[in-house]
Every structure is written in structure tokens, then in C-alpha cells.
Design a binder for this molecule. Structure first.
Ligand code: ARG
Length: 247
């Protein structure tokens, strides 16, 4: 009996540490769900634009759908290792990432912005030099600071955590993608956003060398763009995430 209990505990622990295992008959999406309106938690459930895109891919392939959230810097490694089939997390297409994964066609044109306190207005990029800047770890905001400004940022687990550091005065500026940034400053009268400081495009990332899966994703993206589903998801999830912010 004792042995069985130990085994059961070990199994539960293994399950917890490896996350939700991928089932054979399902298409598994990996994401980082602190990024509204692309992905956020609706209670326990992962919801958002990227989830709908991946669900539509699963439907096209006649597969069940699964989604899991991990830290953003573990999202791309999860498709490389085969732990998940699709990575969709507002992932920007970059030359560096292209070395490790294949990207679908882009589904959104976007970019990053500076979040600042109105009492300390942001004017231009030069002003960022030598300043404490908060970013979500593993993102293009982080590489903007390390590669363009040639300095180390303050890394957070989420855009909202970086903004909390800004409010608390632990960083002077935050850099984040525009849509989660808008969500973060909603209802914050003393915070504001700059114009775009980069131009980026989001796409779905998969393990290299899967032309069939890539084709299904690209067809899905073309369809949801054409039939208005993508535009509707953007509007609906922006409204829902803004409402969650009000609570
Ligand atoms: N677009 C940025 C990047 O690719 C940030 C993405 C962060 N996404 C997320 N779900 N937290 O690096």
C-alpha cells in the first residue's frame, strides 16, 4: 500500500513537472498566456486570438485541440523538442528564430512601444540609453535593449509584471508589444504609450521540416483573414481582455 502511494505521488509529481503531456490524436499549442488579447487566462482556460487560430488549424486537420502555457522563453524550445506541435504566442518573425523553427505566413503587423509615466515623458530612443528598462524575458523587447541599446534590461515574467515595476519606480521605462501594452495602461491615468519603435509581424512557429503542417496553418491563416474571423477575434478578445482589466 505504502509503495503504491509513493508511486502515485511520483506520477503526480512527474506530471506536474512535465506539464500536460501531448496526446497522439490532438494538436498541441504551446503559448505564454499573459499577453492579451493574443492569449490570456479566462479563469483556468487559455483564451485569445492565437488560441482561435490554432483551434481552426486543429479543426482543419480533424484533430482534438490542447493548449498549455509556459514561460515565454520556453515556448519555442517546446516545439523544437516535440513537446508541442504549434507555438503561437504573439511570436515575432526574426532571422535568429528562423534558424531554429519554421514560421507560417504572418497574421498580424505590429511592433513594440515604450510605456512611460506621464511625469517622465518619453521623447526618443536616445533617452533610453543607460536607463533601467523593464521587458518580458525572451521577447523582441529584450533583444531591442540588449542588441540596439547594448545594455541589460530588467527581465519580468509578463508585460504586466514589468508595468508593476514601472509603477513602483523600480524601472524608468517598459518596452512591450503594443496590444498587451495598451491593456496594461488601460485605466492607469499616469501611464502613456509611445509610437512604434519597431515594425514586427506575428506568425505561428513549428519544428522545422513539416511542410504538410505548415501548409495547413497557412491555409487556415488565409481563410480566417479572408472570411473576417481574424478581425472579429481581434475585436472580441480586445474587448474581453479590457473588461478583465476592469475587474
Ligand atoms: N512579439 C514579441 C516576441 O516575439 C513578444 C511576444 C510575447 N508573447 C507572449 N505570449 N508573452 O518576442
Amino acid at each position: 500500500m505504502k509503495k503504491l502511494t509513493m508511486l502515485a505521488i511520483a506520477a503526480v509529481a512527474a506530471y506536474m513537472f512535465t506539464g500536460c503531456a501531448k496526446q497522439d490524436d490532438s494538436l498541441k499549442m504551446i503559448t505564454e498566456a499573459t499577453f492579451p488579447p493574443y492569449e490570456f487566462l479566462r479563469g483556468q482556460e487559455i483564451a485569445g486570438i492565437d488560441v482561435e487560430i490554432c483551434k481552426a488549424v486543429a479543426a482543419k486537420l480533424g484533430k482534438k485541440f490542447q493548449a498549455e502555457t509556459v514561460d515565454f522563453d520556453s515556448v519555442i524550445p517546446a516545439v523544437i523538442s516535440g513537446k508541442a506541435d504549434l507555438a503561437a504566442a504573439g511570436i515575432t518573425i526574426t532571422e535568429d528564430r528562423k534558424k531554429n523553427v519554421d514560421f507560417s505566413d504572418p497574421y498580424v503587423k505590429t511592433g513594440i512601444v515604450v510605456i512611460y509615466k506621464k511625469s517622465n515623458p518619453f521623447k526618443d530612443k536616445d533617452q533610453l540609453k543607460g536607463k533601467k528598462i523593464g521587458v518580458q524575458a525572451g521577447t523582441t523587447s529584450e533583444t531591442f535593449v540588449t542588441d540596439q541599446l547594448k545594455q541589460e534590461p530588467e527581465r519580468s515574467k509578463s508585460p504586466a509584471e514589468a508595468v508593476a515595476a514601472l509603477k513602483a519606480g523600480r524601472v524608468e521605462f517598459v518596452i512591450a508589444d503594443i496590444d498587451p501594452a495598451k491593456n496594461c495602461v488601460k485605466g492607469e491615468a499616469d501611464l502613456a504609450l509611445s509610437d512604434f519603435i519597431t515594425s514586427e509581424e506575428y506568425a505561428v512557429a513549428i519544428r522545422k521540416g513539416q511542410p504538410e503542417l505548415l501548409k495547413a496553418i497557412n491555409e487556415t491563416i488565409a481563410e480566417v483573414k479572408k472570411d473576417g474571423r481574424l478581425a472579429k477575434w481581434i475585436a472580441d478578445f480586445t474587448a474581453e481582455a479590457d473588461k478583465l482589466k476592469d475587474k
